[in-house]
Design a protein around this ligand. Structure first.
Ligand SMILES: Cc1cc2nc3c(=O)[nH]c(=O)nc-3n(C[C@H](O)[C@H](O)[C@H](O)COP(=O)(O)O)c2cc1C
Length: 350
């Protein structure tokens, strides 16, 4: 079974990927989309979105990062894919799921799910432009307004050369409203000869179990659930399917604090100081779904506007953010152990 880390434009960038893949549990991640519209994009464009391309296409923890492309013109997508391939990403993924009006207005993302023939032409053109050994996948929703053409779209992508499909089990019209219709993943998987990965509304290990039961597929991609609960993937892998109790959650929060500090350092290196508080609040707010301490922290930083104010409040909550120029406090290659699972393993061994 595979666990994949979802692409999330504006939320899960290279800085957060470092944190989440150091905790680990993912077979690979998919980057935010690189939008292709009419021109041949320079290498620096791809490198900016996916800095991991400069380190063999892997995060510091060694997790491969597949690069996602979004566009609607087969020839232009193919030309850009050929250029991207020269940077040697571990794989390329095509986006047919983005519901954003600005993207859809230009015929990209989920809007294309009304045109299976065009999906086929895009996949086919990109496949032909890539070296034979380079993996190509596609990520789709169920349709634009309904799922009536979901299987047809999936077949078009598989016929065009996508080697596996990730299905976000909602239509464009559904947006991000629960539920995710995992039963449709089963219908799609039955209709195509390639592996299908289920995606949507997996927030807990129990959701993962139910998602696999209903969809009948082994592989799952985690999105917001992974951001809200960085230990979700490794807990699933270790068979820890029950919700952690209060002590375990407290131990998880302890383990997350240095990671949040390093995330803050990474954000400061990457974005202008005026944008940093927003990025920090965004992750802390997601963590607050599971951690009482993150809720308390978020309540304190929410009204703050400047980075020094936010950093001081983090410090008050036991989170030390190294200065942007400082060397990382820990070994960035080292994986973060899941504390309760590590304790249980030690207890078993004793
Ligand atoms: C803020 C945000 C940005 C996203 N950006 C992308 C993207 O760039 N490419 C993509 O294929 N999907 C994108 N998605 C969709 C996610 O990859 C995923 O399919 C969706 O969130 C459902 O999974 P989840 O319920 O586990 O979060 C985005 C979702 C969110 C919430």
């Amino acid at each position: 079974m595979r666990l994949l880390l979802a692409p999330m434009e504006g939320l899960l960038d290279d800085v957060l990927r470092v944190a989440l893949t150091r905790v680990g549990g993912y077979d690979h991640a998919v980057s935010e989309f690189a939008r292709v519209s009419g021109t041949l994009l320079p290498d620096r464009f791809f490198r900016r979105i996916v800095p991991e391309l400069d380190r063999g296409g892997r995060t510091v923890a060694g997790t491969p990062v597949h690069v996602q492309m979004l566009g609607s013109d087969p020839a232009c997508m193919a030309a850009n894919a050929a250029r991207l391939a020269r940077l040697n990403p571990p794989g390329i993924d095509l986006n047919f799921g983005c519901p954003a009006p600005t993207v859809n207005r230009h015929g990209g993302g989920a809007a294309l799910l009304d045109e299976p023939e065009l999906l086929w032409r895009i996949a086919q053109a990109v496949r032909a432009a890539l070296p034979p050994g380079m993996p190509l996948s596609a990520k789709m929703r169920l349709g634009v307004r309904d799922a009536g053409r979901a299987q047809e779209c999936a077949q078009a992508l598989a016929d065009g050369g996508a080697q596996w499909l990730v299905v976000h089990a909602r239509t464009k019209a559904d947006g991000y409203r629960p539920p995710a219709h995992w039963e449709w993943v089963a219908r799609i998987a039955a209709a195509v000869p390639v592996p299908v990965v289920a995606n949507g509304e997996v927030w807990t290990a129990q959701d993962w179990v139910r998602c696999r039961e209903v969809s009948g597929v082994a592989d799952v991609m985690l999105g917001r659930g992974a951001v809200a609960d960085p230990f979700l993937a490794c807990r699933i892998r270790a068979g820890g399917l029950d919700e952690p109790d209060a002590d375990e959650r407290a131990a998880e929060w302890q383990a997350l604090r240095p990671l949040i500090g390093e995330f803050v350092q990474g954000v400061q290196r990457k974005v202008e100081a005026r944008h940093a508080p927003g990025r920090i609040k965004q992750w802390v707010q997601m963590l607050a779904r599971r951690h009482e301490a993150a809720r308390a922290l978020f309540a304190c930083i929410r009204p703050l506007r400047s980075l020094p104010e936010v950093a001081a409040e983090l410090q008050r909550h036991g989170i030390h953010a190294p200065q942007p120029g400082d060397a990382p406090a820990g070994d960035p290659w080292q994986r973060i152990e899941h504390p309760p699972l590590a304790l249980k393993a030690m207890a078993r061994a004793a």
